[in-house]
Design a protein around this ligand. Structure first.
Ligand code: DGY
Length: 321
């Protein structure tokens, strides 16, 4: 029986789908990051890889695993995959779009509100025994009502975030994309701006793009200096899209007001990172899509893609045509 390697425990339904389609599954259940050499070793004897987590799929990996017929990622992001190498090896690779858009947008929204009201830091002040009296001039956050949300990458997740911000706070939506999103312009009145205009006009700037050579390190000193002093920077996409030292300096020097991060570079973030002790900063451990329902849908989608490929069909969510 052909075998599929799954690099983390996933839902029973998704496992059953693969098994009931006639494949044996090997599930790696140890909770630690796997090196590429270990993954190559583990892949031996398997025709399918259902990759959960930041496993690097590049020329080296693909050359070392000639028996693999398909790779299904359980993530929407595919920045760890060298698509040119996958094409060279005629390796179909799929991701899990759409099913996580709402959960991930919820995380961006959660960060926006938490930073605006300093929620995480306030929690820590109670733990430190600092809640002694009421002072009307202390603990002041900022309102979101009527402010401007800048969406960098108005795709599926960015649009969900924009819809929530519009519905909850009547926020004005501006965006920058590679292409105009006319459907979103009609739906929520989003206005297309250049990247610099987006930086200059956003009260909250939320990042929803893929990590690519163009977006890597894009939010740096130069970008933060163009933003408003009251601006909140939110990143739920990939940590390498912002330069962390520049972000820290921008926050320390009052260049921007706050930041909410679900993604860092590297991950995991060091527990002594100075961002973790800043009043206007919230950091989460990459939980964008981490709800039971969403993770089940992602696992099922990845399993369906894997089975399709192994049966010689086109993966429904293939990312390399
Ligand atoms: C995704 O789906 O890309 C999430 O960020 C998890 O990697």
């Amino acid at each position: 029986m052909e075998k599929v390697l799954i690099t983390r425990q996933i839902s029973d339904d998704a496992l059953a789908l693969i098994r009931n389609s006639g494949y044996e599954v090997t599930v790696y259940t140890e909770l630690r990051n796997i090196s590429q050499d270990e993954l190559i070793e583990m892949c031996k004897g398997h025709v399918g890889l259902l990759s959960v987590g930041p496993n690097k799929i590049d020329e080296r990996f693909l050359s070392a695993c000639p028996q693999l017929k398909a790779i299904a990622l359980m993530s929407v992001g595919f920045d760890k995959v060298d698509l040119l190498a996958a094409n060279r090896h005629q390796m179909p690779v799929s991701n899990t779009p759409d099913v996580l858009s709402e959960a991930t947008a919820d995380t961006a929204f959660l960060l926006m509100l938490s930073v605006a009201r300093k929620a995480f830091y306030m929690h820590k002040t109670i733990e430190r025994g600092e809640w002694k009296f009421f002072d009307p001039m202390q603990n002041l956050g900022q309102d979101l009502y009527g402010k401007t949300l800048g969406v960098f990458g108005l795709g599926r997740i960015g649009l969900e975030m924009a819809k929530k911000a519009k519905a909850a706070y009547g926020m004005n939506i501006i965006y920058h994309n590679r292409n105009k999103n006319e459907q979103a312009e009609k739906l929520i009145g989003a206005k297309y701006l250049s990247f610099d205009e987006l930086l200059q006009q956003s009260d909250v700037l939320s990042v929803h793009v893929n990590l690519t050579a163009e977006t890597k390190g894009l939010f740096d000193k130069n970008a933060f200096e163009k933003m408003k002093p009251n601006a909140i920077f939110i990143n739920t996409a990939r940590g390498a899209i912002h330069n962390e030292d520049d972000l820290l300096a921008a926050l320390q020097n009052g260049i921007i007001w706050g930041a909410g991060l679900d993604v860092t570079n590297p991950e995991p973030m060091d527990r002594n990172n100075m961002l973790l002790n800043m009043e206007n900063v919230c950091v989460l451990p990459h939980i964008g899509s981490a709800t039971k329902e969403t993770r089940e849908k992602m696992a099922m989608m990845a399993a369906e893609n894997m089975v399709a490929a192994l049966k010689g069909k086109r993966m429904p969510q293939v990312i390399n045509p």
